[in-house]
Design a protein around this ligand. Structure first.
Ligand code: FAD
Ligand code: SF4
Length: 510
């Protein structure tokens, strides 16, 4: 065998140019490894999903006539370490050239760079052929600029790729329909059943349980509901267009006790493993929109396209622009611990109970649950961003560091000092009440601040602003909040701060 090509678990792009032709001198390798299952404590459904998709990918490659070495987690020859496995195969097959696809994670990028620099054979790295942008494009785009505004990047992407554009102007006259994306869902618009798949994963589940891999979350099923190959990914995308896109934008920020997914696509797993590409998504959505413009408004489509060519590409670019320093930033100097109820959902705060239960049961929560419920709470309780990152990186089916870290440490925790968000995403109970029905059945009263039954978010919010005045007081976008804080009497503020302190010190009692 002359050439060895590595395929990582999140690089399952069957459309990659590598696989166009078969070549008897090329050997592909994939490994399920403890190195990957143990770098944080993952949700069981996340590990199951990765292994299921990798096993399917390896079968599909072999069916196409490619040579494949695949180490399953229990295989005796598996050293459970990436570079040791590679060294072993290079020796066994007298490999003369080693190639790999550029990893999206800094950790793996460094590991493979170190490995290849120690090799005596030829090596090469190649693009994942997945994203619209290359790793460094965003850094180049913002070079010399003070602020890395997502909106500027997004507009440039729209123009560059001619998406929702008419004669170089935004279709419909506006770049952004964010303001139309804030409806509360009251059960009046029907949500069709979500598309699920029936992938039998009993063998994988046994493998995980019998190797004592430490996991979090629940998985009572022998069936995995997310897509595990390109065909299923495209089916889910088609279903999203037909059933969910017509209301996606309207209810993008809504939350409800009866609905875990609302109109969200649940495509992040298929996208992040590269079963499907952002171009597949944009092309399919745009084609569907063009055929159905009489019943789908531009605000639904723009709201979705913004997530794919805007936020997703932007987060990746930010990650590569600022790693590895980004991972250690804690600009708000937060050092508290996450409470135990993040692993049990046992809290009386109804919003947190639902968002965390969704995460533990389904390895999923939608964006506003992640940002304005769990993330908001972690920031208001001044939690150490390392703790917050660990929880997010482990619990979500779509969590891979390049996308999890900038979303959590940057957008949600403002630990990067404002590289991503122009102000911290914090709110009192009133925002959660505006966007959900959580407060209706909550033990706590959304309108109270300091009483025993007061919503904890309220005192935590004002306490946070007061505590962080020296770091946030000069932020132009926080001016209104600080002027409201300034109007509060010293006695009221003191009572609020005492209440907030009690919550922070006794989080698991709330
Ligand atoms: P939809 O709402 O249907 O959106 C469609 C697609 O847009 C998603 O599948 C995703 O690929 C993309 N997208 C939307 N928002 C973002 C965003 N902010 N960044 C990147 N892509 C986006 N997303 C991840 O893929 N992995 C993560 O680990 C992750 N961690 C997050 C942590 C926090 C604190 C926050 C606030 C957000 C995080 N997100 C993450 C972004 C977003 O919440 C998820 O992509 C989304 O909830 C996935 O569900 P969906 O496929 O139904 O999304
Ligand atoms: Fe959450 Fe407060 Fe509303 Fe209860 S009252 S659901 S704690 S925001």
């Amino acid at each position: 065998m002359k050439t060895l090509r590595l395929i990582l678990g999140d690089q399952l792009n069957i459309k990659h140019s590598w696989f166009k032709n078969t070549n008897k001198d090329v050997l592909y390798c994939l490994f399920e490894m403890r190195q990957e299952t143990d770098y944080t404590t993952h949700h069981i459904q996340k590990i199951v999903g990765f292994f299921a998709a990798m096993r399917k990918f390896s079968e599909d490659l072999q069916a196409q006539g490619h040579n494949v070495v695949f180490y399953k987690i229990k295989d005796a020859e598996n050293t459970q370490n990436l570079t040791k496995n590679l060294s072993k195969i290079i020796k066994e097959h007298q490999v003369e050239r080693f190639e790999y696809i550029l990893p999206d994670e800094y950790r793996l990028d460094k590991q493979l760079q170190n490995f290849t620099s120690s090799l005596q054979i030829e090596t090469n790295r190649i693009s994942a052929e997945h994203f619209y942008t290359e790793r460094d494009d965003l850094a180049t785009f913002f070079k010399g600029k003070k602020q890395y505004l997502m909106e500027n990047f997004y507009r440039d992407m729209r123009k560059k790729h001619d998406i929702l554009m008419v004669s170089n102007q935004p279709e419909g006259g506006k770049w952004n329909y964010d303001k139309s994306n804030r409806n509360k869902w009251k059960g009046d618009v029907e949500i069709p059943n979500h598309k699920v798949f029936k992938n039998d994963i009993s063998e994988i589940k046994n493998d995980i349980l019998s190797t004592n891999i430490k996991t979090i979350g629940k998985f009572d099923n022998e069936i995995f509901l997310y897509p595990i190959n390109r065909i299923q990914g495209l089916e889910q995308l088609k279903y999203f267009c037909e059933a969910l896109l017509p209301h996606f934008g309207d209810y993008q920020d809504a939350m409800h006790t009866d609905e875990d997914y609302l109109f969200h696509s649940r495509l992040s797993f298929a996208l992040n493993l590269k079963l499907i590409s952002p171009k597949d998504v944009v092309t399919t959505v745009m084609n569907y929109y063009r055929k159905n413009e009489d019943r789908i408004s531009i605000s639904q489509v723009e709201g979705f396209i913004r997530q794919i060519i805007g936020w997703r590409e932007y987060m990746r670019g930010m990650y590569w622009a600022f790693m590895p320093e980004y991972k250690t930033q804690n600009e708000l100097q937060n050092n508290n611990k996450l409470p135990d109820f993040f692993w049990t959902a046992e809290t009386k705060m109804n919003c947190l109970k639902h968002a965390i239960k969704n995460s533990l049961d389904n390895s999923y929560a939608h964006h506003i649950q992640r940002l304005m419920v769990t993330g908001n709470y972690a920031l208001l309780t001044q939690t150490n961003p390392d703790d917050v990152d660990n929880w997010y990186l482990g619990i979500y089916i779509d969590a891979i560091e390049w996308v999890q870290l900038p979303n959590t440490r940057g957008m949600s925790q403002f630990a990067d000092g404002g590289k991503i968000a122009t102000k911290p995403y914090v709110s009192s109970g009133s925002y959660i009440n505006k966007m959900s029905n959580y407060c209706k059945d909550c033990t706590y009263n959304k309108d109270k601040k300091t009483e025993d039954d007061a919503c904890p978010f309220n005192s935590l919010y004002w306490n946070f602003l007061d505590d962080k005045r020296s770091l946030l007081g000069n932020n132009f976008r926080m001016r209104m909040m600080y002027s409201l804080l300034d109007k509060m009497s010293p006695e009221s503020l003191e009572k609020i701060k005492q209440k907030a302190q009690h919550i922070i010190e006794h989080q698991d009692e709330y």
